[in-house]
Design a protein around this ligand. Structure first.
Ligand code: NAD
Length: 472
């Protein structure tokens, strides 16, 4: 692997005008320093992407597909290095970091195999009318810190496949793996096709308002997503916003608690609860409530919390100091209004560790229920009637995902269809894939990622409408 300190601009690894210290969340200490871009490098990256785009589009779909498959091979070949970086900068356990790499590779391979063929909507004596997908131009790919490699990969692949070029900007607390991806890509794609810059949360709006950026593919919080929409508005840029969620799950009265509790726990605490699609509020029928609370508290107390690099660790630290402080506020609110059955406090000894926490008897207006916690803290809430549970799940301004758990798939599916969300799962949660469209309802997003629907968002639909000459 090449020097990781460099930004990737126009095919070259360049030292930025500034530097960025990167903290290991398991220790709270700086573990490396990388290049940071200023406006100068951000503009240079957009200019390089703009200059490279026509030739990249002209290369043709099959050639672009082949290079994306080489990119997937690179992810595979460098998986151990990249996973080690993820553990250091993101904090996740090594097994989860390896899983992220496996996902990233699978996503790129799947997306590289897609295409949006020309469709003919009329072909008769008077007209031939074809629908094409053209590239948009330069795509700004702005990522969150919870899955740095996966998010980058699933934005880069469809954007490049459709003939666009990309400027990737990771979150400031997880820049290293993205710079490694850039170093890897420098040997694969023509100069300027993929550019990678880092910032200190100060270059996002430059990208989203830049006249030469045609599309913004953004993954992050709803608050920032609204800023992106505003900033992209004056030029009517294309945007895809994958934003926050506060997924509610409903356990019906016939569910087998012992069977579903471990899967519910896994869906809530994966990546230390820092997943947009994590299960974040659990509504349990009164008849099962006490048993479910006990089962989840037992699982929380068995979890092994620690440095993701250590063998056997199942839950790492929160990713950054801001998230850690936020978790502290949720814990205080939970202690005030509810009963803590497991965890309930940050762990001492450095690093951003919070003990996996189960809270019962909270009112829905408590911050831990009403807001997105993005932390290993799960509120378990009691309901009596299904209509009431559905109404409480749907009361959120978010609408990313939701789930229903039951011994009967039919019963659960009937309830799941009533959830006002982009994805409703039955008897699982947090399952996604490159062939499954990912959408957010309400304030969880705009647009689609994954599947051919997601690919189409990286293209301009255009119609070729030919009138046949009437001879004779
Ligand atoms: P964030 O909104 O703080 O940051 C996301 C990215 O936006 C970062 O790269 C950041 O530097 C950049 N940014 C900051 N200000 C900007 C601006 N004004 N204009 C443009 N970009 C700007 O989010 P985060 O804290 O990094 O990530 C956590 C959030 O992301 C959670 O809400 C989570 O649910 C959400 N998320 C959603 C999905 C999804 O697919 N729906 C996936 C992962 C994470």
């Amino acid at each position: 692997m090449k020097d990781i300190a460099g930004l990737l601009i126009g095919g070259k690894l360049v030292r930025g005008s500034a530097e960025l210290e990167v903290v290991n969340p398991a220790t709270g200490e700086v573990f490396t320093t990388v290049s940071r871009a200023t406006e100068h490098e951000a503009n240079a990256a957009v200019a390089a992407a703009k200059a490279a785009q026509p030739a990249w589009a002209a290369l043709g779909l099959e050639a672009r597909r082949a290079l994306l498959l080489r990119f997937a091979d690179g992810l595979e070949a460098n998986a151990e290095d990249l996973a080690a970086t993820l553990v250091l900068e993101q904090g996740k356990p090594l097994a989860e970091a390896r899983q992220e790499l496996a996902f990233a590779q699978a996503f790129v391979r799947h997306i590289a195999g897609l295409s949006l063929p020309v469709s003919v909507v009329q072909d008769d004596a008077t007209h031939r009318i074809e629908v094409h997908h053209r590239p948009l131009g330069v795509v700004a790919a702005i990522a969150a810190w919870n899955f740095p490699v996966l998010i980058a990969a699933y934005k880069i692949a469809p954007a490049l496949l459709m003939g666009n070029t990309v400027v990737l900007k990771p979150a400031p607390t997880t820049p290293v793996a993205s710079l490694q991806l850039g170093a890897m890509a420098a040997d694969i794609f023509p100069p300027g096709v993929l550019n990678v810059i880092t910032d200190r949360n100060d270059l996002g709006s430059l990208l989203t308002s830049h006249p030469d950026v045609a599309k913004v593919s953004f993954t992050g919080s709803t608050a920032t997503g609204k800023k992106v929409m505003e900033s992209a508005g004056p030029r009517l840029k294309r945007i895809t916003l994958e934003l926050g969620g506060n997924d509610g799950a409903i356990v019906l009265d016939d569910a087998d608690v012992a069977e579903v509790a471990p899967r519910i726990f896994g869906s809530a605490f994966y990546n230390c609860g820092q997943v947009c699609l994590a299960l974040k509020r659990l509504y349990v029928h009164a008849s099962q409530y006490d048993r479910m609370c006990e089962a989840l508290a037992e699982l929380a107390s068995q979890a092994v919390v620690g440095n993701g690099a250590d063998a056997g660790v199942t839950i790492g630290p929160l990713q950054n100091a801001m998230q850690f402080d936020k978790a502290g506020r949720f814990l205080a609110a939970a202690r005030r209004d509810g009963r803590i059955l497991a965890g309930g406090a940050p762990l001492k000894g450095g690093g951003y560790f919070v003990a996996p926490t189960i809270v019962r008897d909270l009112p829905d207006h408590n911050a831990l229920v009403a807001e997105e916690q993005f932390a290993p803290i799960l509120p378990v809430l009691k309901y009596e009637q299904i209509d009431e549970a559905v109404a409480r799940v749907n009361a959120s301004p978010y609408g990313l995902g939701g789930s229903v758990w039951s011994a009967s798939e039919d019963r659960a599916s009937e309830v799941a269809r009533r959830l006002d969300v982009g994805t409703a799962w039955v008897n699982h949660h947090l399952h996604f894939g490159p062939h499954i469209p990912l959408v957010g309802a309400k304030e969880s997003g705009i647009g689609v990622e994954f599947g051919t629907e997601g690919l189409a968002e990286f293209a301009q639909l255009s119609v070729l409408n030919i009138a046949h000459r009437q001879v004779g």
